[in-house]
Design a protein around this ligand. Structure first.
Ligand code: BES
Ligand code: ZN
Ligand code: ZN
Length: 488
C-alpha cells in the first residue's frame, strides 16, 4: 500500500472513495454541496449518528472526481485524539478495501491538521492493510493500493508526520509478519537471518552469537532451554548509533524470542498449543522497533538483544529439578520447563549490562497469568525504578499502546525460594506474573528497567474494525516513541 499526503485536490483527485471523518452531533462540512446535503439528511433522519466506525456511502456525488463519498463515524468530537485517529485510519482502510476499493483519499480537515494526528492516521491505515493470510494460496482478504491524505490548507510539516507514520506502520507490520510465522518456518536461526536481513536493509549493525559462543561465555540458562531442540539457539544483537547521541544514555531493548513453546518436559496441553508460535512476539517487537529507529534516527544509542530458542521435550531436554548456572554465575533450579522465557532473558540481560546498557526495557510473552490479571487490553509493566517506568508509560500513552503499572514489591519475594539453588524458576503460588518479573529483577539488579508482559496483548483472536485478528505488534510503537522522547 502506498501512502502519501497532498495539500489540494479534494474535489479533483480521482479515487474509489473520498472519506470524511464524521463526529457525533453535527455532520461534517465538506464544502461540496451534494455531499453536505446528503450528510445533513443522514444526521437529521438519525440514520447516521457519527458513532465510531459507522459507515455511509454516496455513489457518484456531483462535484467530485471520486467515485464515492464516505462518512466514517469518528465518535465524540472532543474525544478525537491520536488513539481515535489511528483507529480511524485503520477502519477506513479495512472497511473500504473489503468493498474492493483500491484507492482511498482521506480528508484531513482543519480539526485533524496536527502532526500527531496525521502520523496516527497514517500508522493506523498502514497497520489496517495487514492480513495474516500470507500462507493461503487462495486469499479472501483484500489490500488497498493507495492511501492518500488530503489536507487542504495544511502546513508542510504534515508531510513529515505522514512519512513517520508510514515508517511506524510498516515496522509494526514487519513485527506482525514475524510473529505470525509458524514454528516450522521461523526457527531461531531463521529469526536471526530475518534480523540480519532487516539490519542490512536499514544500515544497522547486526551480530549473531551462536551456540558455541554462548557456551564459551557461559550462558547456561539460555542453553538449558535450547538443548531439547534440534534447532540451534542464537542471541541476536542489533545496534543503532546516532551521529550525535545524547550523553549518558545507552538504551537496551530485550525481547523474548521463543519461536515455539511446547512447554518442554513440563509439556503444555494440546488445546491452543498452536498459538505458541507467538512466543517470540517480544523479540519481533524489538526488531520492528529497530527497523523504525533506523529510519527515524533519534539521537540516542539503542541496542536490541533477542535471545531465541525453541522449547521442546526430547531425550536431551532440560528436566524439572535440573540446576543450571546463568551467565551472571547465579544458579537456577528449573522446577518447570515451561517457565523458559525468564531463563533465556536473564542471560541476555546480563550480557546487555556487560555491553554498557544503562536503561533497559524487555518485552516478553512471559506468563498466562497476565491475561488473567489484565485480559487482552493492557500490557503489564513491571519496574525497579519509578522514574523510568513513568517515562515508559508516557511513551506508551503517546504511542497508543495501553500499559498498566504492576506491583513488584519485596513482599512477593518470599514466593521465590529454592532449597537447592540460588533461585527457582517459578514462584510457589499466586501472583505468577509478579514472581516472573521478580525473577528477572534478580539479574537486572539496579539498572533502570521495565519489564513488559505482553502475553495477553500480542495476539487477538477476533478482527477489530481497524485491525485484523492475529498478531498485534504490541510494544513496538512504545519502543520507538521512547527513543524519540529520550532524544529530545
Ligand atoms: N509462553 C508462555 C506464556 C504464555 C501463555 C504466553 C499463554 C501466551 C499465552 C510461558 O513460557 C509459560 O508457559 N509460562 C508459564 C509459567 C508457569 C509455568 C509458571 C505459564 O504462564 O503458565
Ligand atoms: Zn513456557
Ligand atoms: Zn514461553
Amino acid at each position: 500500500m502506498n501512502t502519501s499526503i497532498q495539500f489540494q485536490g479534494l474535489t479533483t483527485v480521482p479515487s474509489g472513495a473520498l472519506v470524511f471523518a464524521a463526529t457525533e452531533g453535527a455532520p461534517p462540512v465538506t464544502g461540496i454541496a451534494a455531499v453536505d446535503q446528503w450528510a445533513a439528511k443522514l444526521y437529521t433522519s438519525g440514520e447516521f449518528t457519527g458513532k465510531p466506525f459507522e459507515l455511509a456511502t454516496l455513489h457518484n456525488p456531483a462535484g467530485i472526481a471520486a467515485e464515492r463519498a464516505v462518512l466514517l463515524g469518528a465518535g465524540k468530537p472532543e474525544k478525537l485524539d491520536t488513539v481515535v485517529a489511528r483507529k480511524l485510519g485503520g477502519a477506513a482502510v479495512r472497511s473500504l478495501k473489503a468493498k474492493l476499493i483500491t484507492t482511498l483519499a482521506f480528508i484531513v480537515d482543519k480539526t485533524l491538521q496536527t502532526a500527531a494526528l496525521v502520523q496516527a492516521l497514517t500508522e493506523g491505515a498502514v497497520a489496517g492493510d495487514y492480513e495474516p493470510d500470507v500462507h493461503k494460496t487462495k486469499k479472501d482478504s483484500k489490500h488497498l493500493d493507495t492511501f492518500l491524505l488530503i489536507a487542504e490548507g495544511g502546513s508542510s510539516d504534515l508531510a513529515e508526520a505522514s512519512r513517520n507514520g508510514a515508517v511506524i506502520g510498516e515496522a509494526q507490520n514487519f513485527t506482525r509478519t514475524l510473529v505470525n510465522e509458524p514454528g516450522n518456518l521461523l526457527t531461531p536461526l531463521k529469526l536471526a537471518a530475518a534480523a540480519k536481513q532487516m539490519s542490512e536493509a536499514q544500515g544497522l549493525d547486526c551480530e549473531i552469537l551462536d551456540e558455541d559462543r554462548m557456551r564459551q561465555l557461559g550462558m547456561g540458562s539460555l542453553l538449558a532451554v535450547a538443548q531439547g531442540s534440534i534447532e540451534p539457539p542464537a542471541l541476536i544483537i542489533v545496534r543503532y548509533k546516532p551521529d550525535q547521541p545524547v550523553e549518558g544514555i545507552h538504551l537496551g531493548l530485550i525481547g523474548k524470542g521463543v519461536t515455539f513453546d511446547t512447554g518442554g518436559i513440563s509439556i503444555k496441553p494440546s488445546e491452543n498449543m498452536e498459538k505458541m508460535k507467538y512466543d517470540m512476539a517480544g523479540g519481533a517487537a524489538v526488531l520492528g522497533a529497530m527497523m523504525a529507529i533506523a529510519q527515524l534516527k533519534p539521537n540516542v544509542e539503542v541496542t536490541a538483544l533477542v535471545p531465541t530458542v525453541e522449547n521442546m521435550p526430547s531425550h536431551n531436554a532440560v528436566k524439572p529439578g535440573d540446576i543450571v548456572t546463568s551467565l551472571a554465575g547465579k544458579t537456577v533450579e528449573i522446577l518447570n520447563t515451561d517457565a523458559e522465557g525468564r531463563l533465556i532473558l536473564i542471560d541476555a540481560i546480563t550480557y546487555a549490562k556487560r555491553l554498557g546498557i544503562n536503561r533497559m526495557v524487555d518485552a516478553a510473552t512471559l506468563t498466562g497469568a497476565i491475561s488473567i490479571a489484565l485480559g487482552a487490553v493492557n500490557v503489564g509493566a513491571f519496574s525497579n525504578n519509578n522514574d523510568w517506568q513513568q517515562q515508559l508509560l508516557a511513551a506508551a500513552a503517546t504511542a497508543g499502546e495501553k500499559m498498566w503499572a504492576m506491583p513488584m514489591d519485596d513482599d512477593y519475594k518470599d514466593l521465590l525460594k529454592s532449597a537447592f539453588a540460588d533461585m527457582p524458576n517459578i514462584g510457589s503460588r499466586g501472583a505468577g506474573s509478579i514472581t516472573a518479573a521478580l525473577f528477572l529483577q534478580e539479574w537486572v539488579e539496579d539498572t533502570p528497567w521495565v519489564h513488559l508482559d505482553i502475553a495477553g496483548t500480542a495476539w487477538i483472536d477476533d478482527n477489530k474494525p481497524f485491525l485484523s485478528k492475529g498478531p498485534t505488534g504490541i510494544a513496538m510503537r512504545t519502543f520507538v516513541e521512547l527513543t524519540r522522547k529520550l532524544s529530545n
